[in-house]
Design a protein around this ligand. Structure first.
Ligand SMILES: [Zn+2]
Length: 63
């Protein structure tokens, strides 16, 4: 499947957020903020899937 530049930009942004949150969760493992970060990382990944799917539905370049 071919994807456009915009797709890559959306993906990169979400992945950066998710990796920051995951790294934070790992560094503070077991603590309350770590649990929040881990949960937020899951949410970010879910939002990424949704955003990319929405993009694919609407984009003429991707497909
Ligand atoms: Zn696209």
């Amino acid at each position: 499947m071919k994807t456009c530049h915009r797709f890559a930009t959306i993906k990169a942004g979400f992945e950066r957020d998710a990796s920051i949150l995951s790294a934070h969760a790992e560094r503070h493992q077991g603590s309350a903020p770590a649990k929040t970060s881990a949960k937020n990382a899951v949410t970010v990944k879910r939002n990424m899937a949704r955003a990319l799917n929405t993009h694919l539905d609407r984009c003429r370049e991707c497909g």
